[in-house]
Write a protein that binds this ligand. Structure first.
Ligand code: PA5
Length: 443
């Protein structure tokens, strides 16, 4: 089971202060369980893992198998909560050089998460002449980035493979009734999955939104769900045995003590996108009403050579949360060298991971000495089961923390501001007044 170590927070916030939040955390848990918190129509994620049936997983795996057998590449079109969970799990569980070594089914590509003309041109050029499928993911079915990518990909897929094959290899994951993606899926007869009404995008990785792309990538979704189910149980336990509750309380105590930025650090490059997923989960959930911890991330030791100086010596408003993997999947020894020009022969014969772990420990001590509280989250292995635990752990902790902060964890009103301006600037029908106002403002 995932382990949480908050002993390196003690120099900054006392254990009594953190334990003193146990009652408030229990109240927060109760408001989530009772559905009395703000945004309570979006609590479907809370007991989602335990509601997942073997039949549902079998259906996802059957659809994944169609895409795996028919396609050389599968493009996952989605943005924010409609892609980050899948991207995070696939990257964490794939060979670091998957696109070069191949051999595990279709290449998984992502689109619909930007408006880069070069990105989309290069993607469609790469797909020319290839057998490819599309998983079109959008809860609202109206998101510009995703809709743009889907227009291009649908047309190309139909032109290259014919309409009948395209119908087999395009899958829609969207609302049950509303939006362009639903209308299109029903009209074309695509296989489709519903994103439950009560699960918001950033909490949707354990719905078809995440599970289908992850299964297409050949990963074990049974184990992913099993890990989340086990953590769902643990996260309901009393404070002292509940890492999600304790992590939420520790974050809150640090925030109250003036630590406004949390840096999620990993020592495994494959976890880079887990941090991107985590940043959306925490950032979009709690950054409102002029409150919230700013979620940042670093890949270590890589970023010790770029951000290390700031973390060690910059403004002391940060704390660090390390996600550490106890045992790597491979074994590699530090090589000996006859000339020893770099003076590193004292490490010869040691596991590379031992060097990495000492880098982690040395960094932790240095950062604590430099005034940075440190939280450590350890998982045994980087596999589907432990990622499932980690995902639910963060979801539950984030949900609790938002109750402590007093914000609605499940809306994102701030995301609309850029869309309004973009549509006004582009002259979208219905935005005439906004277009006039923004033109006047820009002079
Ligand atoms: O968490 C969220 O709600 C957002 O990140 C959405 O997932 C994102 O904006 C994409 O929205 P949609 O799935 O409606 O296209």
């Amino acid at each position: 089971m995932l382990k949480l170590d908050i002993s390196k927070v003690a120099p900054f916030v006392s254990t009594e202060t953190i334990n003193g939040l146990a009652t408030r955390v229990a109240e927060a848990q109760k408001t989530l369980e009772d559905g009395t918190c703000p945004g309570n129509d979006f609590l479907g994620w809370l007991h989602l893992p335990s509601s997942i049936t073997p039949e549902f997983l079998a259906d996802i795996k059957a659809t994944a198998q169609v895409l795996r057998s028919e396609c050389d590449a599968v493009v996952v079109a989605g943005i924010g909560g409609s892609y980050l969970g899948a991207k995070a799990v696939i990257e964490a569980l794939s060979n670091s050089f998957q696109w070069l070594v191949g051999g595990n089914g279709p290449v998984i590509l992502f689109a619909g998460n930007n408006i880069g003309e070069d990105y989309l041109s290069e993607l469609t050029t790469y797909l020319k002449g290839k057998k490819f499928g599309v998983i079109n993911i959008s809860k609202s079915g109206t998101t510009t980035e995703t809709a743009l990518a889907f227009r291009l990909l649908k047309k190309q897929c139909e032109e290259q493979m014919g309409k009948d094959v395209a119908r087999k290899v395009i899958v829609a994951i969207t609302d049950a009734k509303r939006g362009a993606a639903r209308t299109c899926a029903d009209k074309e007869g695509y296989k489709s999955y519903v994103i439950p009404d009560n699960v918001g995008g950033r909490f949707s990785v354990l719905t078809p939104v995440g599970l289908l792309p992850i299964a297409v990538a050949g990963m074990d979704i049974d184990q992913l769900v099993k890990g989340a189910q086990d953590m769902e149980q643990t996260a309901s336990a009393p404070f002292a045995e509940n890492p999600a509750a304790c992590y939420a309380a520790t974050r809150y105590a640090l925030y109250e003590a003036g630590k406004k930025i949390e840096i999620l650090a990993n020592y495994q490059p494959k976890l880079h996108f887990m941090a991107e997923w985590w940043k959306q989960l925490f950032g979009e959930s709690e950054g409102k009403d002029k409150k919230g911890i700013y979620p940042a991330s670093v890949d270590l030791t890589t970023d010790l050579h770029s951000m290390g100086q700031w973390i060690q010596d910059g403004e002391r408003t940060i704390f660090e949360t390390v996600v550490s993997v106890e045992t790597p999947e491979h074994e590699l020894l530090f090589p000996s060298d006859d000339e020893n020009l770099d003076g590193l022969n004292f490490l010869a014969g040691k596991r590379v991971d031992e060097v990495n772990k000492m880098a982690e420990l040395g960094t932790q001590l240095a950062h604590v000495d430099g005034g940075v509280p440190n939280i450590r989250i350890a998982i045994d292995r980087l596999d589907a089961y432990h990622l499932g635990q980690l995902i639910y752990f963060f979801e539950r902790a984030g949900g609790i923390h938002c109750q402590l902060l007093g914000v609605n964890a499940f809306n994102q009103p701030g995301v609309e501001a850029y869309k309004k301006n973009m549509f006004a600037l582009l002259g979208k029908p219905g935005y005439e007044a906004e277009t006039a106002a923004i033109k006047q403002r820009l002079g």
